[in-house]
Design a protein around this ligand. Structure first.
Ligand code: FAQ
Length: 321
């Protein structure tokens, strides 16, 4: 609506200009600030998907807590899985600051309407898979998330600072497991290689569809929600991880992998994007199992939420009296 004075920006235009000028000056957008609806919606989608990924991501590794090969490994794994729960909570808080209550975000996950990372729909068949997840999946997560510490939305950027520090520890513990197995007996080495064979391509896919097929890349880059495209981050991951595999003397399961002297990057063979879309669409090896485990955990925890809400009600009542 115009205020009728020629040349004066309409109120929404003025707010839009202020928003864009903050982005241009690399200033953060904070919860009380005006923001376009579409920016709010995209952020809520991405942050809640990220939160769901952290929580669902506890399941594959949680599967090995009771079977870790030593007390030392068990303690480390327990701490790591608890860290992931913490990451989920920071991220749900950041998403809630955009106006959608946590219950709604969780309900969307349980109804199969909200996504979570494709990577967590693969099974953890051996102890080496715990190593491969730490090394590859946390390694990929760090590469994706370090730039998000500089994204335009304050609560998301700040949550990511602590998360990235913890993910660095996770990546090292995964590499350490792989190193131990790779330098162990021949069956242990074979177990490490088998885990790499199964987790390599899903980790490469984790960065999302190729840029040409990404729905949100362009707009999210403009809004500084993303600072790099899916393919740029994927390339960083490949360039970082191939030399690590060489140090482990393990073989990346890609006969077409080669170093390009000209571009100074590794090149990989074709990615099976049909598999990616199948998994994202709900038909991966463990999608149904993961979702039903989350729904069961939510239902089993109802008494804790009820007790906490009752306690808060009583305390508010006694303070008011
Ligand atoms: N899985 O247009 P784009 C972790 C969807 S945390 C499932 O490129 P966007 C820690 C995408 O949502 C791992 N869906 O989308 C840990 C969109 O669908 P929509 C999670 C995917 O958002 C370690 C459609 O495809 N990290 O690992 C995936 O611009 C170990 C089109 O794609 C984050 O969430 C996928 N892999 O870019 C925990 C980081 N990729 O929503 C436990 C933050 C794409 O339109 C153990 N998120 N889709 O229906 C991001 O950086 C971005 O959201 C991307 C996707 C890069 C994931």
């Amino acid at each position: 609506m115009s205020d009728g004075i020629e040349g004066r920006p309409e109120p929404d235009d003025a707010r839009q200009q202020c928003f864009e000028s903050r982005l241009d000056r690399a200033l953060k957008i904070e919860p009380p600030d005006w923001m376009p609806d579409a920016y709010r919606k995209t952020l809520t989608r991405q942050i809640s998907q990220h939160a769901h990924s952290e929580i669902v991501g506890m399941l594959p590794e949680g599967n090995w807590i009771t079977r870790a090969p030593s007390l030392h490994r068990k303690l480390i794994l327990l701490a790591k899985v608890q860290d992931e729960a913490g990451h989920g909570l920071y991220l749900y808080s950041a998403a809630e600051s955009l106006g959608t209550p946590r219950d709604e975000l969780v309900a969307a996950l349980h109804a199969g309407k909200a996504k979570y990372s494709s990577i967590f729909n693969y099974p953890t068949l051996t102890w080496a898979d715990v190593g491969a997840i730490g090394w590859l999946v946390d390694g990929a997560a760090i590469i994706n998330q370090i730039p998000i510490t500089r994204c335009s939305y304050g609560p998301y950027a700040r949550a990511m600072v602590r998360i990235c520090k913890e993910e660095s520890f996770h990546q090292r513990q995964g590499f350490d497991i792989m190193w131990t197995l790779a330098h162990g007996t021949p069956p242990q080495r074979a177990m490490a290689q088998d885990a790499l064979d199964r987790w390599w391509w899903p980790s490469v896919m984790m960065f999302g569809p190729p840029d040409a097929a990404s729905v949100h890349n362009e707009q999210s880059l403009r809004w500084k929600i993303k600072l790099f495209t899916n393919d740029e981050l994927r390339q960083k991951f490949i360039d970082q991880t191939v030399p690590q595999a060489e140090r482990l003397r393990l073989t990346i399961p890609d006969p077409q992998l080669r170093w390009n002297e000209e571009t100074q990057h590794y090149e990989i063979g074709p990615v099976d994007w049909d598999e990616f879309y199948r998994v994202v669409g709900g038909d991966g090896p463990c999608n149904r199992e993961r979702l039903s485990a989350r729904v069961d955990a939510w239902n089993d925890g109802a008494w804790v939420r009820d007790a906490a809400a009752e306690h808060a009600r009583k305390r508010a009542g006694s303070e008011a009296a």
